[in-house]
Design a protein around this ligand. Structure first.
Ligand SMILES: [Zn+2]
Length: 898
């Protein structure tokens, strides 16, 4: 067979989706010296002209064919070195264009036609609310033109965009604007030139009738960068916070990592229809409107906080992702894990460090630990996939960030930054691997991290069992820690991990005790020690410990592991009141609440009357009345663990018991501490003009937490203290969305007479604002009141809902399936049946969104027999469906396997 025929036969076998393996990676055969693109934009038939200068890689085979990716393209013309290519010189298939022996150095011209309006998958070039935009990560560029669509082919792009001038006055692409002009037929053009090397996934184009808010930033070397935020004119007043956040991020990256921005212009565009949060395209970020636009009247504190963090995240990618990019998509965590770590640290520096850490850990525990324990478990650097879009996961992002954080903990901040400096300088302009990142940290610190690499290749959450003993006579305290990692799909046996664990010992009076570790060189006693657990079982002994201490282990959550501590309720309550490490103080409260909840769940299942221990109530009371603690931390400490995290602690998930027990605990706490909640609510309910800062945010969060506990007492309100009135008043009079939405959300969770009225009022007031309407859908989808599915189905008929818009799908359908377990898991099977129906409808429109939704069924084995059957039935129904996308095919298949 000739190379061409071989390629052709490979193509014809591509009927069922193929698994891609990391071990099969091959270097690119042809490199791209330059890319010239011209877009003639039309809603239904856009023409894309490309001129690509290729060069065979020095070590490549001389007769190798050129293989280009392409998907849903109509090929119009194909020229090699200026000559039209005869049909027998190439093979064209659904996803490939293969050209036989094109030579060592050649120019290829390709003309394709695409239909942006029909592109509901929102990958490649598509229309969103009357504007053209692109999303190319991971493999969207192949929907634009035939191209080596892989991150290790980097090139310099020059792009001309042509469109109707009246409808699309603003024409944007990456880099610097070169030239512009007008054509006779009412169309105009702009030419953009990007001086940086980039892979195709960082390409972007935007065309629309957009308003622009401008600002500027002077870099550490005195260069002025023009900052431009584009949005629909009606939202132009919502740009200030994003621009402020961008400047904060630019400054922080200079101060912390020594990284300076490289182009003269930095553009951000807000888009209404977008599959993800935002995209870091070089010099031209595209943002989901909900992740960039904010005003006090329409956005909550959480929105402000999230925008600040996402703006920073995408900006930080300019170095960790764009200038140094991934060799292949298995390396996704190289850019995402590192960049999430960077944005977490940025948020911690600008706001409350402890609260940021608690938020990080809550996400990890509620979602990543569950992923690690289910059929979709995969290492931070996966080794196979069918559809890469399915691997934009909490494991790659959030656990990936924890892995980078552990490196920082092991090396210390200074050593870590020496390592990242070397990484950036060594690999600038390259496409590299997670291993290159670790190697740079090793080299800069003259240290060896061989065992640490297991974190990248092994899935699963390590479980640590901790035993302690104290010898009063010898004044010695000993600690034994064993590690074990449960098996995950395809990985039964795990090698031990290198786990850094920060610890401290606390005396009965609450004072931290000096730590003097035996068999170490340092004689100096410290108050905190970093333990390096590397063996399956390891011992440490501390001498000179004058009293029996209380252990505070895993401070600041230095490793993404599950800790089984030797603490009884009393020790946990002590740490909850006394630990000097704010994170561990909060965590002790969580652990105590979990222990108590698990006991109550047993009682609930056995039909016993529930009773909340006074000790727990007192522990809450002492935190409630602690006026020294940061209010944000108090609010966190007084929040019970989520139903998800509770579910993760159970051998078999009993949704009803979890919900009933958690509600019972909330109600008991509300009743027993009613006076304290009310006092604290009043104290913090002070009228202030809205400002986004840590202090005001903390005050609002504590106030609204009090309000939510108080509303638990509404039905008992015989003295007419007026809890509901307070809630209604806040809803009606609140001058910022944080307070208004908190009140609305609380009311929507209670069966009160005013419920429908407030929901209607809210909609009528905000129906013109997309971002607020999304919240309105989400609140209703999440309400645990009976009949949620019927309400969700009715809302799907609402004129403001569209199944083509990912934000609305996530707000209504996604929210219901993912955050309303009591209603979703009803025993009549209606929830999973509804989910399956929506997945099949969505799969035709937008496979990425369909696959995301389907993940809610993947952990079916965690439930009781009846629910298992109901969920499996629906998974099978989907798996048997003809013509599934790769995305949904892979999730359904993996969920049913094993
Ligand atoms: Zn990212």
């Amino acid at each position: 067979m000739t190379e061409l025929e071989k390629a052709g036969s490979e193509l014809s076998q591509a009927a069922s989706p193929k698994t891609i393996y990391l071990s099969e990676y091959r270097k690119p055969v042809y490199l791209l010296d330059s890319v010239e693109l011209r877009f003639d934009l039309h809603e239904t038939r856009t023409r894309v002209y490309s001129r690509l200068a290729f060069r065979r890689a020095p070590d490549a085979e001389t007769q190798a064919p050129l293989k280009l990716d392409g998907n849903r393209l109509e090929l119009q013309a194909l020229k090699l070195n200026g000559e039209t290519l005869a049909p027998d010189r190439y093979v064209l298939d659904d996803d490939r264009l293969v050209i036989e022996n094109p030579g060592p150095c050649f120019e290829l011209e390709v003309e394709t036609q695409i239909n942006p309006q029909a592109n509901t998958a929102l990958e490649g070039l598509y229309l969103s609310s009357g504007m053209f935009c692109t999303q190319c990560e991971a493999e969207g560029f192949r929907r634009i033109t035939y191209f080596p669509d892989r991150p290790d082919v980097m090139s310099r792009y020059s792009v001309t965009v042509v469109a109707d001038k009246q409808k699309y006055p603003v024409l944007l692409s990456n880099g610097n604007r070169q030239e512009a002009g007008e054509l006779d037929d009412g169309r105009h053009w702009v030419k953009w030139q990007d001086p940086s090397l980039k892979p195709s996934y960082l390409f972007a184009l935007v065309a629309g009738d957009l308003a622009c808010q401008k600002d500027s930033f002077t870099t550490m070397n005195g260069r002025e960068v023009s900052l431009q935020l584009f949005t629909e004119a009606e939202n132009i007043h919502k740009c200030d916070h994003a621009l402020m956040s961008l400047k904060q991020a630019m400054k922080w990256d200079e101060d912390t990592y020594g990284r300076e921005y490289d182009l003269d212009i930095y553009m951000i565009v807000a888009v209404n229809d977008f599959n993800m949060g935002a995209m870091e395209n070089k010099g031209l970020n595209v943002f989901n409107a909900s992740c960039v636009l904010a005003s006090p009247e329409t956005a909550t504190d959480q929105d402000y906080y999230r925008i600040q963090s996402i703006i920073a995240h995408e900006y930080f990618h300019n170095w960790s992702g764009n200038r140094v990019t991934c060799r292949d998509w298995f390396q996704l965590s190289l850019k995402e894990g590192f960049t999430v770590f960077r944005d977490q640290e940025f948020s911690a520096d600008l706001n409350s460090r402890a609260v940021q850490r608690i938020d990080d850990v809550n996400i990890l525990r509620a979602h990543q630990f569950a992923e690690d324990a289910g059929p979709m478990a995969h290492p931070v650097r996966p080794d196979h996939y069918i559809e890469i879009s399915n691997f934009y996961t909490v494991t790659v992002y959030n656990k990936g960030a924890e892995v980078v954080r552990m490196l920082c903990n092991i090396l210390g901040r200074e050593g870590f930054h020496k390592g990242t400096d070397l990484y950036f300088s060594r690999h600038d302009g390259q496409a590299v691997m997670t291993d290159d990142f670790v190697k740079a940290l090793e080299d800069a610190n003259a240290i060896e991290l061989k065992q640490f690499r297991n974190w990248y290749s092994q899935a699963g959450t390590p479980e640590l069992t901790v035993n302690e003993s104290y010898d009063a006579e010898a004044q010695k305290y000993s600690l034994t820690i064993r590690q074990h990692c449960p098996s995950t799909p395809g990985q039964n046996e795990k090698k031990p991990f290198h786990i850094p664990l920060a610890m401290g010992l606390i005396g009965r009076s609450g004072k931290p005790l000096p730590l003097s570790l035996e068999n170490t060189n340092t004689s100096e006693a410290k108050l905190e020690q970093m333990l390096d657990l590397t063996m399956p079982e390891q011992h440490w002994t501390f001498s000179g410990v004058e009293e029996k201490p209380v252990l505070s282990l895993g401070r600041g959550f230095t490793a993404p592991v599950k800790l089984s501590l030797p603490h009884d309720d009393e020790a946990l309550a002590f740490l909850f009141a006394r630990d000097t490490d704010e994170f561990n103080r909060w965590d002790a409260g969580q652990k105590l609440a979990i222990k108590i909840a698990l006991k109550l769940m047993n009682d609930y299942s056995a039909g016993k009357a529930l009773q909340l221990e006074p000790m727990f109530i007192e522990a809450y009371r002492s935190n409630l009345n602690n006026s020294v603690l940061d209010k944000a931390l108090v609010a966190q400490a007084l929040s019970l663990p989520s139903e998800f995290y509770l579910a993760d602690q159970c051998a078999t998930v009993d949704v009803e018991a979890i919900h009933a027990v958690r509600e019972f605990m909330r109600r008991q706490l509300a009743e027993a501490l009613a006076d304290d909640w009310l006092r604290l609510f009043e104290e913090n309910n002070v009228p202030l003009a809205y400002r986004f800062n840590a202090q005001d945010m903390a005050q609002r969060s504590l106030k609204n937490l009090c309000l939510s506990y108080l509303m638990e007492l509404d039905s008992l309100d015989q003295n007419k203290v007026g809890y509901r009135q307070r809630c209604l008043q806040q809803f009606q009079k609140g001058d910022n969305m944080t307070d208004v939405l908190a009140a609305l959300s609380i009311l929507s969770q209670h069966d009160v007479a005013e419920r429908q009225q407030v929901l209607d009022d809210f909609y009528n007031k905000w129906k013109h604002d997309r971002q607020v309407v999304e919240k309105w859908f989400a609140i209703q989808a999440a309400s645990p009141l009976p009949g949620a599915l019927t309400r969700v189905q009715a809302l799907m008929q609402h004129p403001a809902f569209s199944i083509k818009n990912p934000n609305l799908v996530r707000s209504l359908i996604g929210r219901f399936c993912a955050t309303n377990p009591v209603n979703f898991h009803l025993l009549d099977g209606s929830g999973s049946r509804f989910l399956a129906e929506q997945v099949l409808v969505l799969d035709e429109l937008n496979p990425q969104i369909a696959a995301r939704l389907l993940q809610n069924l993947s952990r079916w084995r965690r439930f009781d027999q009846t629910r298992q059957l109901l969920m499996r039935e629906q998974l099978e129904r989907i798996a048997e469906h003809q013509g599934l996308s790769k995305d949904v095919y892979e999730i359904a298949g993996r969920s049913l396997e094993g």
